[in-house]
Design a binder for this molecule. Sequence first.
Ligand code: PSU
Ligand code: MN
Length: 307
Amino acid sequence: MSEPRIRVSGEVNDALAAGRPVVALESTIISHGLPQPDNLRVAREIEQVVRAHGAVPATVGMVAGEILVGLDDDALTRLATGDEVAKLSVRDVPIAAARGADGATTVASTSAIAASVGIEVFATGGLGGVHRQAGETFDESADLVTLARIPIVVVCAGVKSILDVGATLERLETLGVGVVGYRTARFPGFFVTDSGFDLDWRLDSAEEVAAAWRAHRAFGVSPGALVVANPLPEDQQLDRELHDRVLAEGLAIVERDAVTGKEVTPVLLAHFHSATGGASLATNIRIILANAALAAQIAASGAAPAT
Ligand code: PSU
Ligand code: MN
């Protein structure tokens, strides 16, 4: 058997070699975060938005045990429509590879794989974080500890209110992960513009983010990531009352059905999408596309130091 290795698409490889901007994209939002059939259309749209803003998209995923950076349309379709696509955090990736599995990568595994091939900017929807009840369950996403050791700029809309937002911000601080608000000093709450938590730093342009990242890389005082929190404009957020009601219902379902571990997020997201009659899905899509656009602008502003 050949040595396991990460397969980078020709287009992504050429762009990296030439120092052109590249944006990594995750596949868990496609396979487990968005419902079919919208997920495949959205996956393609995210890539188009990255291109339209001057960067090459590099969606990460696993097909038949191979880690791919830059998916062709067949691979994208397979991860969006397959019934047996595993959710792969960092620890799962090598095991799934040895099993020849299909898998979707989370923020943690996408960051680790992307950085290992030299990609420095990544766009996603929301980060994983500290779950409510983590005091008893210890349920904290591996996204957080992974971002503490992987050098990459992650553009997101904060974390979903299904998590303990305050505890997530505290953990990011403890772990030394930089967090900046994009044109805001408040941490966004994914579906809602403002989670109610303050941020220490606000940056107002893609160039400013790129400059902060170059300093991060040059000083080497922190090994990890820089989170760029990009809120939805207020007039595009999910209706707050609807949001709060559906969240309470979703949390009750998780408790009633004793959902635990990595199933919690997909179950809550599916409830949001069905209980809001598609409104949360539309909001989710707007968020991802906005983050893809900003990430491409940051990459095009020279986030990666010249080599
Ligand atoms: N948050 C969302 N949508 C998602 C996820 C998080 O709003 O689809 C996905 C991301 O891929 C994230 C992962 O990295 O869930 C975190 O899962 P866990 O909590 O099991 O680590
Ligand atoms: Mn978990």
